[in-house]
Design a protein around this ligand. Structure first.
Ligand code: NAD
Length: 294
């Protein structure tokens, strides 16, 4: 679709990282932006910063895992700006699960699914009907991850399962929108091709009491800085993708109506091939053996 000044974008998880970069880029394109996030102080700061840069933004605290709050977010967006053209279901968390799958705490699964899967579904239900009936062009961007969305990541299996679900949900959404001859498109976003310096490693900062850890962690949460230091010590190079590149991928992808917002140049193509080959040849998933599971 054509992106034009005055249109309205809604971004969940907009207070930090990729969501904030998308919001900033939409604002730079002249769009009005509804910022939604569960972390109120960070959201207020993000809104203030964008306004200081000249953006027209509306901020709303919303937990995407709670259906009523996402429905209220949609009410607020339409009451404030009268339309929504772009919806980015971007909020996401790492689960904090440790150990083997059979040892995981159910709350790790509940929380990650509430945000990463139900959050996307709630966004679709709250916004898409009105986006379709408006008759105006629109686009939905759901944030997945190559970790799960492209191939499983056994070292972060809960997260990967949720991100695989986002891919299938978005493919289904795409088919449903086509079947309706809607003027609304859909894309699935795989931020990358490399890692991003965002708050994802500190996802537990937003973990609600209803999904609290059920037993103390065996190991403390590792920060991105600590992980980087460990990689450097092991002599392994770590590359990062700037969040602005992801925002550019999204804007270009919306303009070109590209379903797969999958950056070139990463590890993903090899993973896609290896996985597809394994399935087509009915061969066991040897591509998973490269993961060092201690
Ligand atoms: N960082 C990476 O390397 C990477 C790679 C692939 C995909 N992703 C995905 O990108 C998305 C954005 O993550 P990020 O890396 O910018 O991390 P981030 O932590 O910087 O941003 C995520 C935002 O989501 C918000 N959030 C968390 N729970 C929420 C909830 N229940 N309701 C509303 N908002 C909530 C957080 O407060 C935060 O502002 C996520 O879906 C993540 O899974 C990130």
């Amino acid at each position: 679709m054509e992106l034009r000044a005055g249109q309205v974008a809604v971004v969940t998880g907009a207070a930090s990282g990729i969501g904030l970069a998308m919001a900033r880029r939409f604002a730079a394109e002249g769009l009005r932006v509804v910022l939604a996030d569960v972390e109120e102080a960070a959201l207020d700061k993000a809104a203030a910063d964008l306004r200081a840069e000249g953006a027209d933004v509306h901020a709303r605290v919303a937990d995407v895992g709670v259906r009523e709050q996402v429905l209220e977010l949609a009410e607020t967006a339409y009451a404030t700006y009268g339309a929504v053209h772009v919806l980015c279901n971007n909020a996401g968390v790492g689960s904090g699960a440790e150990g083997r799958m059979w040892e995981h705490e159910p709350n790790d699964w509940q929380w990650a699914f509430a945000v990463n899967v139900w959050g996307v579904f709630h966004g679709i239900q709250a916004f898409v009907p009105r986006m379709i009936t408006s008759g105006q062009p629109g686009h939905v961007v759901n944030t997945s991850s190559a970790d799960g969305g492209v191939a499983p990541l056994p070292t972060a299996s809960v997260y990967a399962v949720t991100k695989a679900a986002v891919v299938t949900m978005t493919e289904s959404l795409y088919a449903h929108l086509k079947a309706e001859h809607a003027r609304v498109g859909a894309s699935v976003l795989f931020p990358g091709p490399h890692m991003l310096r965002t708050g994802l490693w500190e996802s537990h900062r937003n973990r609600p009491a209803r999904y609290a850890k059920q037993r103390p962690r065996k190991t403390p949460y590792r920060t991105l800085g600590q992980w980087e230091a460990a990689m450097a010590e092991a002599g392994r190079e770590v590359r990062f993708t700037p969040v602005e590149d992801v925002a550019a991928l999204v804007v270009d992808g919306i303009r070109e109506d590209r379903f797969w917002m999958l950056p070139a140049g990463g590890h993903s193509d090899a993973q896609i091939r290896a996985r597809a080959r394994s399935m087509l040849e009915r061969a066991n998933p040897s591509y998973l053996e490269s993961f060092i599971l201690d």
